[in-house]
Design a protein around this ligand. Sequence first.
Ligand SMILES: NC(=O)c1ccc[n+]([C@@H]2O[C@H](COP(=O)([O-])OP(=O)(O)OC[C@H]3O[C@@H](n4cnc5c(N)ncnc54)[C@H](OP(=O)(O)O)[C@@H]3O)[C@@H](O)[C@H]2O)c1
Length: 298
Amino acid sequence: MDQRAVVTAGTGGIGLETAMGLAARGLAVTVVGRDAERGASAIERITAVATGTAPRFVAADLASLDQVRALAAQLADEGPLTVLVNNVGAMFAQRQQTVDGIEASFAVNHLSPYLLTELLLDQLRAGGPSRIVNVTSGAIKVAKRTFDAVEPPGGYYGFHWYGRAKLANLAYTLYLAERLRGTGITVFAADPGGAATDMTDGTMTSPEIVSPGLRLLWPLVRRTFERSTAGPASVAARPSVLAATDASLDGKTGLLIGPQAHPVPAFRATTDPKVIDNVLRLSRQLAPLHGGPGVQPT
Ligand SMILES: NC(=O)c1ccc[n+]([C@@H]2O[C@H](COP(=O)([O-])OP(=O)(O)OC[C@H]3O[C@@H](n4cnc5c(N)ncnc54)[C@H](OP(=O)(O)O)[C@@H]3O)[C@@H](O)[C@H]2O)c1
C-alpha cells in the first residue's frame, strides 16, 4: 500500500522542496496550496523526482478554518496517512484579519496547522508508524510570550507577531508529542533557518516589521535578515525532510530539528505550562474541530 504524505503550502518555496524530498523517497505526496496554476507546475517538478506513486495537488486556502476542515474531511476519506508536514506559514507586514475575523499571523501559523493535525489524527494512527512535522522559525526568539488573548498587548510588528504565532505552534507541537507518545504517531518541529522565498522576498526590507527597540538597530537587523534569508529553499527543506523520513528518528518524538538538520534544544518558553495552557485554550476556542469559527476568547 502507498505511504501517503501531505505537505501544506507545498507548491512553492520550502514546502515544494520538502514535497520533492518526500516524493524522491517513494512517498505518495499531496501538496496543498491556493493557486491551481502554481499547483500544476509544482506537480511537474515533483513528478520529475518521484520514485513512487504520482503526486497530486489539492487546493485550499489555509487562512480559512472552514477550508482547513474541508481539506481534512477530503484527506480523511482517502484513508491512512504516514506523514503530515504542516509547512504553511506567513508573515504579514500590516495587521490583517482572516475571513474568520482572527488576526492572520496567529490563524495561518498556528490555528490552521493545529486544526488540520487534530482532524487527521485517526488517519495518522491508522497509517502508523507515522510522523507529524510542524515547521517553526527562529523568529520565536523575539516573540512576546503572553497568550492571555489571541493578540499580544502593544503595537503590531509583523516579525514579532509571526514569531509569537510560531511559538504557540511549537509549544503545541511539543505538548502533542507527549500526548501521542505510544500511539505510533511521532511529532517533530523543523526549523528551516532561512531561505529566499516568496515569504521573505521584499517583506524583510521595512523597519515597520520590527519593534521600535529593534528599529534603532535597523541597519544591523536588516543585514541579519538579508544574510539569513539568502540561501536556497532546497537547503532549508532538509530539516523537514529529515524529520519526516529519517530512520535515525525512529522511536523518537518531541524533537526540534534545527537548520543544520540535527536535533537542537527547544526555546524554554515552549515548555512553560502557562504558555501551553493558554495556547490550548485559545486554539480550542478559536478553532473548534467541527462547525464554524469559534468564539473570540475574552
Ligand atoms: N523562508 C524563510 O526564510 C523561513 C524562515 C523560517 C521559517 N520559515 C517557515 O517555513 C515555511 C515555508 O516558508 P516559505 O518561505 O517557503 O513560504 P512561501 O514562500 O510563502 O511559501 C509558498 C507556498 O505557500 C503557499 N501558501 C501561502 N499562503 C497559503 C495559504 N493561506 N493557504 C495555502 N497555501 C498557502 C503558497 O501557495 P499559493 O502560491 O497557492 O499561495 C506556496 O505553496 C513557513 O512555515 C515559514 O514560516 C521560512
